[in-house]
Write a protein that binds this ligand. Structure first.
Ligand code: BEZ
Length: 211
């Protein structure tokens, strides 16, 4: 069955380009991004892994570990990484799981047989320090992901985990937030001393509280 938000991210032991890992142990107290790509030595995937390698510092700043997976074997990953470094002007700096037996792909429902019964789709799982799934995304093989969007979502997930706010459409770090509907008006004034702008009783904005 598909994984849902709030489910515990399945643990696994796997061989990666940076050694064997126990997934939950490898995550430790960090947030995590686990993302699949359909196959090694393919053009869109090459650009995606290069992009993540170049912006890995942005994930680290947010206490997020990144890890990729495909159903190709380890030797294939190692050869492909040389091409990624060469063509994407980067140095690969995060592990890629070799999943030829598809244990990770199956546990995370990354194979969608009506599209392709062998390769994984482009899945993204953001996992919290409690090991629970906080976000899922599924893209087809033909469309590369926007990893700046994944960073933006992580900013929202981390903010809303600690403050009684939600983030509006297209929100970016630093912009006004929405006061959670569960917060009463009198409590909102106490909780958000920077001010509450009331547009409708259910639509109340406040400056980002953790800045
Ligand atoms: C790619 O990464 O370019 C790709 C992979 C599988 C199917 C189509 C494109």
């Amino acid at each position: 069955m598909a994984l849902r938000l709030g489910d515990v991210a399945p643990n696994f032991s796997a061989t990666t380009t940076e050694g064997t890992i126990d997934f939950h142990g490898w995550l430790g107290n960090s947030w995590g991004v686990l993302f699949s790509h359909p196959a090694d030595y393919t053009p869109v995937c090459t650009t995606e892994l290069g992009t993540v390698a170049r912006i890995k510092g942005e994930f680290e700043k947010r206490n997020v570990k990144v890890i990729a997976v495909s159903v190709d074997p380890l030797e294939s990953h190692h050869g492909w990484i040389k091409d990624i470094n060469e063509t994407q002007v980067c140095t690969m700096n995060f592990p890629v799981i070799a999943d030829p037996n598809r244990q990770v792909a199956m546990a995370y429902d990354m194979i969608h047989p009506n599209v392709d019964d062998k390769a994984t789709v482009r899945s993204v799982f953001v996992i919290g320090p409690d090991k629970k799934v906080k976000l899922t995304l599924t893209y087809p093989a033909s469309t590369g992901r926007n990893f700046l969007e994944i960073l933006r979502v992580i900013d929202s997930l981390q903010l809303t985990a600690n403050h009684k706010v939600a983030t509006p459409a297209d929100w970016k770090h630093g912009q006004d937030c929405i006061v959670s509907p569960a917060v009463s008006d009198p409590d909102a004034d106490k909780l958000f001393p920077k001010g509450v702008r009331r547009v409708k009783p259910y639509l109340r904005y406040t400056p980002q509280p953790n800045l």
